[in-house]
Design a protein around this ligand. Structure first.
Ligand code: ATP
Ligand code: MG
Ligand code: MG
Ligand code: MG
Length: 571
């Protein structure tokens, strides 16, 4: 430790709210570079690599092959599947020097589908599972809790390619079991819950949620039957559908003849008689447009600045038209309207509890008004998107509600998503026409699964689940060092003895962190507790009498062991 690149901090970082974030920063595991962007220092990197090792091991056990794709990606493949737009503001977009659009990969379904199409051509090549452990980029709206929700983070993402549905089911279950092994080995407390497929598309999907009060996902489970589901995915037969009766009545105004952002703002100001200021005239206002006599079209939420694109679209598409403005009061009055993000998440954000018809997907979509052909209709015409007859099956799921399987009551809890497995089906293989020649000589369209583990997030999750009020406490599978050996005696004989013991433990295959700093024993003990190695060995006053102290960071127990027996006692 006298030359380890490590500085521990006495105080919690000002921006930290959850224990894992405070501790990982105080203990010098990570350092913030920008919101949601973190550097890994020696101890943190060791934990991250330990998590990766376990993940690699279990992926290899199911026959998955590791490859590495770029994080810097061209727009085209994402354009082809619609995700260039669907991802909305969460996508990091950039331009190269020639002006070509590029992005930093948030997840890689497109690239894997294209890759397999390029390499494989026969049914004999299948099935195949490919994976990578790679840095992903998502411009999260609320990066949070240090590495728990980063904008740059490490994910293990794998992709299965099969000839038929049975094959996909087999690949899916292989992943499910591999994930159970990974999380058991790491020492995470978690539940598997039914999930919705969201932006990924596809059908069956389950999430692995680490149990934690600081989690952002809410799930319900039935303790009697074991049924568990993310609240976004709960299907309760007992729930009463709430009819969706369209938009609240709004006044219809005629726009000026040549609408531009400026004239619209001025016009809206005048029409609304000063209800809005110039700066926020279109802020939080849902704009609907129709050519006279035509159908209404939703154009999005017009927020000058961050949603300016919506207004631009409005400008571009408008002949003189009728514009319907929904005010804040309209939003407040209608539970089906949410600003910006509409769909289950938006509904949930507004305190509306709801059901999702899994045949249709979760219906979530960004209302950005950008150039994607149909995404903008989702929220407001939620009824049409959720069920054909125009009802949103909206219902409340509460503690004590009957479980959908009728076997008991539901209880709710919070969780952190650490893994997600999807049976994607043919959404991506259709987009790229990923076919191989079948046994009968006819082309077969491959079916695909995708499976993610939040590798860097797991470091935070483990810290969250295993710390105590003194500091971190690492499960053996991920601890940066097995033994933290503290020299708490200034005698040269004790120092030499500690060095010898360290060498002995090292030879026995243990990773040893030796605190040979000139600091006081008190400072060293505090740091040992903060850093969280599972075993702390103290070469202290007892050394003169031939004993060292062995402390268990989990139980808090400490025993004196003869120096000669120490290595045996610890290994
Ligand atoms: P969340 O619901 O937490 O936003 P997600 O559903 O968007 O996660 P997926 O697209 O399913 O995430 O990605 C697979 C895994 O990657 C997730 O299960 C999670 O563990 C991890 N992950 C996703 N976003 C982040 C992030 N911003 N920071 C760290 N890990 C993340
Ligand atoms: Mg997310
Ligand atoms: Mg999620
Ligand atoms: Mg997910």
């Amino acid at each position: 430790m006298s030359n380890l690149f490590l500085r521990t901090l006495r105080d919690d970082p000002a921006d930290a709210e959850v224990p894992s974030h405070k501790l990982l920063v105080r203990a010098g595991y990570v350092r913030r570079a920008a919101p949601g962007v973190y550097s890994w220092l020696p101890l943190g990197l060791r934990v991250l690599k330990a998590v990766e090792r376990v993940v690699r091991d279990e992926m290899s056990n199911i026959g998955a092959q590791e490859i590495l794709l770029p994080a810097l990606l061209p727009r085209d493949p994402y354009e082809e599947t619609g995700r260039w737009t669907e991802y909305g503001d969460a996508l990091f977009r950039l331009k190269d020097r020639k002006g070509a659009d590029m992005l930093l990969g948030p997840t890689h379904e497109e690239l894997f589908a294209q890759l397999v199409k390029g390499e494989y051509s026969s049914y004999k090549d299948l099935p195949v599972i490919l994976y990578q452990i790679q840095t992903k980029y998502r411009d999260e709206e609320r990066p949070r809790a240090g590495i728990l929700r980063g904008r740059e983070f490490v994910m293990k993402d794998s992709y299965s390619f099969d000839l038929d549905d049975d094959g996909l089911t087999t690949s899916y279950h292989a992943h499910r079991e591999a994930y159970q092994k990974i999380f058991a080995r790491l020492g995470v407390r978690y539940v598997i819950v039914a999930a919705t497929s969201g932006a990924m598309g596809g059908s069956a999907s389950e999430e692995f949620l680490a149990e934690s009060e600081v989690g952002e996902d809410t799930f319900v489970r039935c303790l009697e039957s074991g049924y568990a589901a993310n609240v976004e995915a709960v299907i309760t037969p007992a729930a009463q559908p709430i009819p969706f009766d369209g938009l609240p009545p709004a006044k219809v105004y005629r726009t000026p003849d040549t609408p531009t952002i400026d004239t619209l703002v001025a016009w809206a100001n005048a029409t609304l008689e000063g209800t809005f200021t110039a700066a926020d005239t279109l802020k939080n206002v849902m704009v609907k447009v129709r050519a006279p006599g035509g159908d209404w079209e939703l154009l999005g939420v017009g927020v000058p600045g961050d949603r300016e694109v919506d207004v631009k679209r409005l400008e571009a598409s408008l002949e003189p038209a009728e514009v319907e403005l929904l005010t804040d009061a309209d939003f407040a009055a209608n539970p089906f309207l949410t600003k910006g993000y509409i769909g289950p998440k938006g509904l949930a954000a507004n305190g509306v509890r709801f059901l999702v018809d899994p045949r249709i997907g979760d219906g979530s979509s960004w209302i950005t008004g950008a150039d994607e052909p149909n995404h903008h209709v989702v929220g407001l015409v939620a009824g049409r998107d959720f069920t054909p007859d125009g009802t949103v099956e909206a219902a409340e799921v509460r503690d004590g509600d009957p479980s959908p399987d009728g076997k008991g009551e539901l209880v709710s809890a919070k969780g952190i998503e650490i893994g997600h497995i999807f049976q994607l089906g043919r959404k991506y293989t259709n987009a790229f026409e990923v076919d191989v020649l079948g046994e009968n000589g006819k082309p077969v369209r491959l079916t695909m699964g995708s499976y993610g583990v939040g590798v860097s997030r797991l470091v935070a999750v483990l810290a969250e689940q295993w710390h105590d009020d003194k500091g971190l406490r690492w499960p053996r599978a991920v601890t940066p060092f097995d033994v933290h050996l503290v020299i708490a005696n200034k005698d040269q004989a004790a120092i030499d003895g500690a060095q010898a013991l360290a060498a002995e433990l090292d030879a026995a295959g243990l990773e040893v962190l030796l605190d040979d700093r000139k600091a006081s024993p008190g400072v060293k003990f505090k740091d040992a507790e903060l850093l969280g190695m599972p075993t702390v060995v103290v070469v202290g006053r007892g050394y003169a009498n031939g004993v060292v102290e062995v402390r268990d960071r989990f139980s808090g127990e400490s025993v004196e062991v003869a120096v000669a027996d120490a290595a045996d006692a610890i290994t």
